[in-house]
Write a protein that binds this ligand. Structure first.
Ligand code: SAH
Ligand code: SF4
Length: 424
């Protein structure tokens, strides 16, 4: 099973390539000058990942061709807005969205404050419509390898914080490469996130070596290693990493600093900006439901996300973890997460919004509901099972990789989504 549909490079304009997916055009950054118009390529996150032989591409394209049109039709049908049900208080704001006008802070707040099932349903429908209008039925699925649960920080919300008494592991280079190879060869992943605690026992040179080796498998290498220095991120970029996931966690500096002892909010923001300026595909976002968080904080989180201009947005609910300072925090409502997804989509039509694992733990249908409320990308955990169960940032239901892949593909198909690159 291959996750990504290859595209044909139609044109090259400087460093930008225009890629055709069955007539749909998307722009990608050409990170490699060995390609020419007419070549078949895999792209991820709007970046060229690798060229693929014509015969291989044609075979994949042939398998997808019929189903692709079918999927588009399903997606279009599911993205229609049933205007008859629209409550009056939502109509004016949504008409503004429909005319592609920017919503004000007050309007975003009013949308996030909607309460009734009917109002929320309309909000989700409109967000899904905007998602479809901006991205068509493209969706992407990345793999994630959690390579170490050792962390030098003590974030109050996190289950692998330094002071929590848990069994720690660090995957060796061979173990990481073996997991990556399996994800690529057995399951067809084209983008892999390498995630860990802030674990300095992997020094910059070791991380560089790992990134180089994983990149050689022909995938987009995504790093999620916390607040390492700009110099580290620069070195990893040069080694071939092209995407980085680093959440700002909250737009409220006081809350940030009280929950992440010894760290500074401004430093985190400037690191995120540096990463973006280095040329990384940036994924950032926040935690929803932190103690003392107000609706204004949530709206500020959404606006700060937009201001940081990421290619991908990643936010999820706080899942309280036993034996952490936030163990007694109230459970976040699924609808609050869905509203945040929908409002983010309305604030930024072009965002690629991830459905996070944390959301999936709240409700078994949450992934589907999120994809129908404006989200358009997902991650599958490809960490070997003996380590995965120890990566206890929060409790979750770990599945076998194969099972997870089958379920995800089935879900995407049922919603008419196809794994073409999200482009730019
Ligand atoms: N150490 C790195 C990456 C691993 S943590 C870092 O902190 O950036 C990845 C994400 O897990 C964090 O950004 C945080 O938002 C999220 N997280 C931590 N504890 C969580 C919890 N209890 N519930 C939900 N998400 C959590
Ligand atoms: Fe470490 Fe990241 Fe957890 Fe903070 S959130 S304790 S940095 S793994």
């Amino acid at each position: 099973m291959c996750y990504a549909i290859p595209g044909k490079l139609a044109r090259i304009e400087g460093s930008i390539g225009i890629v055709d997916y069955y007539g749909e055009r998307r722009k990608i950054l050409l990170d490699d000058n060995s390609v020419k118009p007419g070549d078949y390529v895999f792209a991820q996150g709007g970046i060229l990942i690798r060229k693929i032989p014509e015969s291989e591409a044609e075979e994949i394209l042939k398998t997808w061709k019929e189903i692709f049109v079918e999927l588009q039709q399903v997606d279009e049908a599911l993205s229609k807005i049933n205007a008859n049900d629209t409550p009056d208080n939502v109509l004016a704001v949504l008409q503004k969205v429909n005319h592609r006008k920017t919503l004000t802070r007050e309007e975003l707040k009013a949308l996030f404050s909607l309460k009734t099932t009917n109002e929320c349903a309309v909000l989700y429908e409109v967000a899904n419509h905007v998602r479809q209008r901006s991205h068509g039925n493209a969706s992407c699925v990345h793999g994630i390898i959690e390579f170490s649960n050792a962390c030098s920080l003590n974030c109050h919300y996190c289950g692998i914080r330094r002071d929590r008494d848990i069994q720690r592991y660090r995957m060796s280079v061979e173990e990481i490469l073996c997991a990556a190879q399996r994800a690529v060869e057995d399951y067809g992943f084209n983008a892999l996130v390498l995630q860990s605690g802030e674990d300095y026992s992997y020094d910059d040179d070791l991380l560089e070596f790992i990134v180089k080796k994983v990149r050689q498998l022909g995938v987009l290498v995504f790093v999620s290693i916390g607040s390492r220095s700009s110099k580290t991120y620069q070195q990893l970029y040069e080694a071939g990493a092209r995407a980085a996931l680093l959440r700002f966690e909250t737009s409220n500096p006081k809350l940030f600093e009280s929950l992440r002892p010894g760290t500074k909010w401004e430093k985190r923001i400037s690191l995120i900006e540096d990463i973006k300026n280095m040329g990384y595909v940036l994924a950032t976002g926040f935690l929803l439901g932190l103690p003392g968080e107000t609706i204004d904080d949530v709206v500020n989180n959404i606006l700060l996300t937009k201001q940081l201009n990421p290619e991908m947005v990643s936010f999820g609910p706080l899942i309280p973890v036993k034996e952490t300072p936030l163990e007694n925090s109230p459970k976040v409502e699924v609808d609050d997460v869905l509203k945040a997804i929908a409002v983010t989509r309305l604030a930024d039509a072009n965002a690629n919004i991830l459905v996070t694992t944390a959301l999936e733990t709240l409700d078994k249908d949450a992934r589907k509901r999120a994809l129908l409320a404006g989200a358009n990308s997902m991650m599958i955990n490809v960490t070997p099972s003996n380590f995965k169960s120890l990566y206890s940032i929060y409790d979750r239901n770990d599945e076998e990789i194969a099972e997870s892949v089958v379920k995800t593909v089935k879900l995407l198909h049922s919603l008419g989504r196809a794994p073409t690159d999200l482009g730019r």
